[in-house]
Design a protein. Structure first.
Length: 338
């Protein structure tokens, strides 16, 4: 398989495993991993591991790019750079974009990007919205794939076992609260952090749905597909170290220890290796060519009803278009469905 696979947040737990699997199984791929601190000294253990993987597969091509998703200017610059390289023949056409990077703030309350947008929403969703739409013209028009990362808590009807709050979009239709929220009530920083995270995942699933409708309507891009994948509860992810509540950290420590037994009864709890295997399969396996929709691992599922049964996804698409100033970029898909 030839082509370029772009994966954001390449130094994350699941992403490192995914990069290794991609290089191991698809030696002709060019893998571009975005990281936030590629030039930091000393280098992080995660960056050192990526460099070790690159040496392990000398016949493959792994390129690490420094991209800060908290800066839309940085994202736009990266997308323009990649597009220019594909157009010039320096990179193969993009075969897959894996929108893996994420952040959350469960400990320190609201955080804001250099664009003055709420950081969880910008990094997890808005930056990927911009990146995907900018890169679409340089994707493989016959088999390109876009993978968004979802979560079971994208569904407002789903109970979040780790917090009292899950996804809940503004009830008055004021979606701008997603990027410029009011202050959190005192003492709710942890739960509101979970709500912001869940809302960003709901936005990703909505984007997948709206993107597929537009792609199928576009003659040149109709073979490009979008999938949103729930990677499951990853028991050995570094992300769990941030949990303030000891009980939550203890739960994941127990799940990691009991995983071999739990795996006999449920697929909800997975290791980074298992979730990375699902992710790379959706991005590269021929059996998922032309497949669209929401997946729990490699199992097709229905997304939350709010994704398919309301006009909110279209309203959110339009708002994101304006928030990212997409009008200036000559994007091949429309702001509004015809």
């Amino acid at each position: 398989m030839e082509g370029t696979v772009i994966i954001t947040g390449a130094s994350g737990s699941m992403a490192i495993e995914a990069v290794q699997q991609l290089l191991h199984t698809h030696s002709h791929l060019t893998v571009i991993g975005t990281v936030r601190n590629a030039n930091k000294c000393p280098k992080s253990p995660q960056l050192l591991r990526l460099e070790s993987i690159r040496r392990q597969y000398p016949e493959s091509r792994l390129i690490l790019e420094n991209v800060d998703l908290n800066s839309l200017k940085d994202v736009r610059s990266f997308a323009d750079r990649m597009s220019s390289k594909v157009t010039a023949g320096e990179l193969p056409a993009i075969s897959a974009i894996i929108c893996n990077a994420f952040t959350w703030s469960l400990e320190h309350g609201q955080q804001f990007s250099s664009d003055h947008y709420e950081s969880t929403f910008q990094v997890n969703h808005l930056a990927h919205y911009l990146l995907v739409l900018k890169l679409l013209p340089t994707m493989n028009r016959k088999s390109g794939r876009i993978i968004m990362l979802g979560s079971e808590i994208h569904d407002p009807q789903h109970h979040n076992p780790l917090s009292g709050m899950g996804a809940s979009l503004p009830t008055d239709g004021n979606l701008e609260e997603l990027i410029k929220p009011g202050p959190d009530p005192p003492g709710t920083e942890y739960d509101m952090g979970w709500r912001r995270y869940a809302n960003s995942k709901l936005a990703n699933v909505m984007f997948m749905h709206s993107l597929n409708k537009r792609l199928q309507n576009d003659k040149l891009s109709s073979a490009i597909t979008a999938i949103a994948m729930d990677p499951g509860a990853i028991v050995d992810s570094r992300a769990h170290q941030i949990h303030r509540r000891f009980t939550n950290r203890l739960v994941f420590a127990m799940m990691r220890f009991l995983h071999p037994v739990l795996a006999l009864f449920t697929h909800r709890f997975r290791t980074t290796t298992e979730s990375a295997r699902d992710l790379t399969a959706l991005a590269t396996d021929p059996k998922y060519q032309s497949v669209r929709g929401y997946f729990d691992g490699q199992r097709a599922m229905a997304p939350a009803a709010v994704v398919t049964e309301t006009e909110i996804p279209e309203a959110l698409w339009s708002e994101c278009w304006d928030w990212t100033k997409m009008e200036d970029d000559g994007i091949c898909l429309p702001k509004h469905m015809l």
